[in-house]
Design a protein around this ligand. Sequence first.
Ligand code: GLY
Ligand code: MN
Ligand code: MN
Length: 436
Amino acid sequence: MTHSLADAQRLHLERLEREYACLLDALGYDGVLLYSGHPHRHFADDQEASFATYGHFLHWVPLAGVTRSWLLLRAGQRPALYFHAPRDFWHLPPALPDEAWTQRFAIELRQSETPPPLPAGRFAVLGEVAPATAAALGAELNPERLTAALDELRVCKSDYEVACLREANRRAMQGHLAACDAFRGGAAELDVQLAYLKASRQRESDVPYGNIVGINAHGGVLHYQHYDLKPPDRQHSLLVDAGHRVRGYCADITRTWSGADADSCFPALIDGVTALQRRLIAALRPGVSYVALHERMHDELGALLADQGVIRCSPEAAVAAGITRAFCPHGLGHLLGLQVHDVAGRCRGDGSPLPPPPEHPALRLTRELEAGMVVTVEPGLYVIPMLLDPLRDAPVGRDIDWTQVERLAPHGGIRIEDNVLITAQGADNLTPGDAG
Ligand code: GLY
Ligand code: MN
Ligand code: MN
């Protein structure tokens, strides 16, 4: 860990100490106990499912994957970390790193995974905790107002958090470039995935979400979840949506590449989506409505589809008729941080709900942008038969050039996704440039 990152983390923790003290006071609590969580076993098995440490715990303790540990926070007291480090000859026991942040915490290494006893007073306990455990502690379990207020504390990132997100992006991009090389060398989806993991230096269980590696039509399956073992006979396209995690903070990057057998219309569409993504990023600044930006994505997709001859009507008519939504059914993006789809994207700063417009139900960010937010910007354009086929016989079907759709179908789809910090002046793209 560099000195500057340690300094930035100190400021990050000082801010958390101040903000937690204010919130606890305002809501009438003497303290809050955060639980890291623990993995669950498969039914009737002794194997554990994958696990993610609770975000509010990670906001303080930069150890992604830590389990069965507790953090007690009280105004004016050192944060108390009850760190589960059992004596165990089956596994390497968890250990704390030799880093400056540990000095700020009162740390107890524990064999036990039970919660620490709480002093007298009004306490909340947050995390995946059994109601009986909370009742035995005499603490309120996951109270909504406190949880919403702590979610809000995670919306605007500190310099430390931005540094972690930037580094996660740097490492993820190394994976993306290697994935592209592997594809150009004729790899199967599994080999692309392995090339990604190798170049980005991470094991599969550590990625922030299951990497999406879709060759050809699989690129049109939004959350495609398999890896073909056999290289394709023909190489039309590759879509990779994959990230990295640094000290808990997630990158979430997508790139789309055309293959040796791509139709000539496909590289032009990739260029078009890339250009419109850059225009949307250039429009990011505090005060901008992300819903308005999402709607602009649809206007721009309408224009691109018209330019490329995929539709015959005006862009405005394509948006109004829902044609662009059939080509891109997901949202423009979301908040990013300790969770890939970070908390509080669909509420106001006071925690009140801010649902997406009914015609855009998948949009995960409905707020006005603020300096310090980190958002993804991920326009897409896909041939998804389940969404397009019903339009064939509908009146709007006359406005679609189905021959063009058939030419595109073997390429699946396009998504270009970067991670962007909103600054006072505009935006700072945390995703490094690439050759594609
Ligand atoms: N990787 C999931 C997403 O882009 O939201
Ligand atoms: Mn993604
Ligand atoms: Mn995303």
